[in-house]
Design a protein around this ligand. Structure first.
Ligand code: ZN
Length: 223
């Protein structure tokens, strides 16, 4: 599935007279997405070791947190008569309804306890607007509002990003696709991602979409 390619984990390199900085983006490595959590991703805790192994190789590490108010529109419990898995229209976007998860300030919204949080330089919180979901680390699902991550990366001359985390078929995918759209060089570490796979094959299809959009898919980062 993934192309095996050699990718340097260096932090900066000269390109067109400027330094291009690599950043690592860790997507939603939070308790509620772990086995036993409110919205568990199968084998989701496997990404923690992968993330910890990557962190020391990057001068800039960003982590995202799904960070919902309790009245968030993506929660089935907030829509009378609807159940988890139903699809509704939310500000013109098709929205799958999820179990309540990653509610601001709750243990479920915290990073996995084994994640090397001391190595994280910046946290981007998303999904804070009750009216719209935000799978991507960059924009809400309606693409109306930026999370600020683009400005943060541009201010630091980031040209390349390596992405891993949860889940392949939602937040990793939309983060990677937006990053490509923003002109970043995007590598997705497949071995550091896990999929929800509500429909069998969703994760693989997401990887295909990312590759077709121009993302580099790798299983290891060799230095
Ligand atoms: Zn969410």
């Amino acid at each position: 599935m993934a192309d095996e390619k050699h990718v340097r984990g260096m932090n900066v390199s000269p390109k067109e007279g400027r330094l291009i900085v690599d950043a690592l983006i860790l997507v939603d490595i939070q308790n509620d997405f772990m086995p036993g959590g409110a919205l568990p991703v199968p084998d989701g805790d496997a990404v923690v070791a992968a993330a910890n192994a990557l962190i020391p190789g990057f001068g800039l590490v960003v982590a995202t947190q799904d960070w919902h108010p309790s009245d968030h529109g993506s929660f089935a419990v907030n829509h009378e008569g609807y159940e988890v898995g139903d699809v509704i229209d939310l500000v013109g976007e098709q929205q799958i309804l999820w179990p309540a998860h990653c509610v601001q300030g709750t243990p479920g919204a915290s990073f996995h306890s084994a994640l090397d949080v001391a190595g994280i330089d910046h946290v981007t919180r998303k999904g804070t607007d009750p009216g719209v979901d935000s799978y991507s680390a960059f924009f809400d699902n309606a693409h109306r509002r930026s999370t600020g991550l683009e400005d943060f990366l541009r201010a630091r001359d980031v040209g390349r990003v390596v992405i891993c985390g949860l889940a392949t078929d939602y937040c990793v995918k939309f983060t990677a696709l937006d990053a490509v759209d923003l002109g970043l060089d995007v590598t997705v570490l497949v071995s550091g991602c896990r999929a929800v796979n509500i429909a069998p094959g969703d994760g693989d299809r997401a990887l295909d979409e990312m590759r077709d959009a121009g993302c580099r898919l790798v299983r290891t980062l060799l230095t």
